[in-house]
Design a protein around this ligand. Structure first.
Ligand SMILES: [Zn+2]
Length: 422
């Protein structure tokens, strides 16, 4: 018998009309459940006078206010730890993402979604896969662990760093798969070459599921053509986990059946037509953390054309920026608010601007500073700033440059994203 190309053929290839029916049913069920079990959902629906019985189809969702990621940390502070969105009395694990935002582990539903993504990337039973994301604080590691267990893949959790040891593990254990960021995969390959290996011949790595940062097409070509590593992307958020995955067509991210995604006008919250760019709003179908209409702050559009791969789910067309001024750097969101918080600690600075660029497939953060007084101890200030920046933003600043007064215009963005993705 020919092996299926899908992890769950019944769901992934269901006819379009059936899919519509399926989504509406799932939606009715989760809205009704959340209303009666997650107080924050009841509160936001009551605030606009909408009862669960009024949510019959996806179009009806517009009646419910959006909960924005930007406000989520505050909401949780008011009603700790989950902001009133927890839908069950007991949970398995609690994770913490920057903000801080607390999120419960969502077993099964999210493992299934991730299993679909791994399967679509060619991972199969018997593979040995290195997982190079964190297993502490954030749920990413556990998410892959659950998915790999479902698929019968042997997982080697290695986290990031220790590149030489990771390469040894990769060789000793004949690792065939990789899950993590594209930049760390490149770091490993470069290190192997530095050590005199021919990566394509000396290693058996043939597939990579990457996420948490942009994958420029040029980098994908390098992985695939130079190193023979099939490379596909996922779109994940810590609170909702997996929202999209690429198939072999590598042309957009299929939305898994575990979640409903709307693209909306950021201002009005109204749903936009396929192809129109707007904010991503997700409603996951799980009773543990039923975030009905959660705005991730990412911009995208939806392609409803049927994909040649056979999956009937619509596809997100990639990430097209952020709603706010926030910028994602090396997998971490950096908000202008955080940068201002850092600068407020240092009173010698007159004006500042953060620039995010790209060098050798790595994000580079440069901070430009204008001083109130040129005679300050610049080395000391550089050290203090570097430390404060890392503490608050959880990423390291690469360069701190002093510029003459007047270089940074009076009206300026706090963070300028100068990266070009090609
Ligand atoms: Zn497809």
């Amino acid at each position: 018998m020919k092996e299926s190309e899908f992890y769950d053929p019944t769901k992934e290839t269901m006819p379009v009309e059936e899919r519509e029916r399926f989504l509406n049913e799932q939606l009715r069920e989760i809205v009704n459940y959340a209303y009666h079990n997650a107080p924050a959902v009841k509160e936001k629906m009551d605030s606009v006078g909408v009862a669960p019985s009024q949510i019959v189809t996806v179009g009806d969702l517009e009646k419910i206010p959006i909960t924005r990621k930007d406000d989520f940390s505050e909401l949780q502070k008011l009603n700790p730890p989950f902001g009133g969105f927890l839908g069950v009395p007991e949970i398995k694990e609690i994770y913490v993402s920057p903000g801080p935002i607390y999120e419960p582990e969502i077993p099964n539903a999210q493992y299934v979604a991730a299993a679909k993504a791994l399967y679509a990337t060619g991972f199969r039973k018997g593979d040995r896969a290195m997982v190079t994301v964190s297993f502490h604080m954030v749920p990413a590691g556990q998410h892959f662990a659950g998915a790999m267990e479902k698929l019968g893949i042997t997982m080697i959790p290695t986290g990031v760093g220790n590149t030489e040891i990771q390469l040894q593990i990769m060789r000793d254990l004949k690792v065939s798969g990789y899950a993590g960021t594209p930049s760390f995969l490149m770091t490993l390959i470069k290190k192997a070459e530095e050590l005199g290996y021919n990566f394509r011949q000396d290693f058996e790595l043939r597939r990579a599921l990457v996420g948490a940062e942009m994958l420029p097409e040029s980098l994908r070509r390098t992985f695939e053509q130079d190193y023979d590593i099939r490379t596909q992307q996922i779109y994940t958020t810590a609170e909702l986990l997996l929202l999209g995955y690429e198939c072999s067509q590598k042309s957009g991210w299929h939305i898994p059946e575990e979640v409903l995604i709307e693209i909306v006008d950021h201002e009005t919250g109204k749903q936009l037509a396929p192809g129109e760019v707007g904010a991503i709003v997700a409603t996951p179908f799980n009773k543990i953390f039923p975030l009905i209409r959660y705005g991730t702050g990412d911009l995208s559009s939806i392609n409803v054309e049927l994909c040649p791969c056979g999956r009937t789910s619509p596809r997100l067309t990639g990430l097209l920026g952020r709603v706010g001024e926030e910028v994602k750097v090396r997998g971490m969101f950096v908000h202008p608010r955080q940068v201002k918080e850092v600068m407020a600690k240092l009173n010698q600075i007159a004006q500042f601007q953060v620039k995010v660029g790209r060098h050798k497939h790595r994000d580079v953060i440069t901070i430009n500073l204008e001083l109130k007084d040129e005679t300050v101890d610049k080395q000391q200030l550089t050290n203090d700033l570097a430390k404060a920046f890392q503490d608050v933003c959880r990423v390291k600043a690469d360069e701190i440059e002093f510029v003459t007064r007047g270089t940074i215009p009076e009206e300026h963005k706090v963070i300028v994203d100068e990266r070009i993705w090609e």
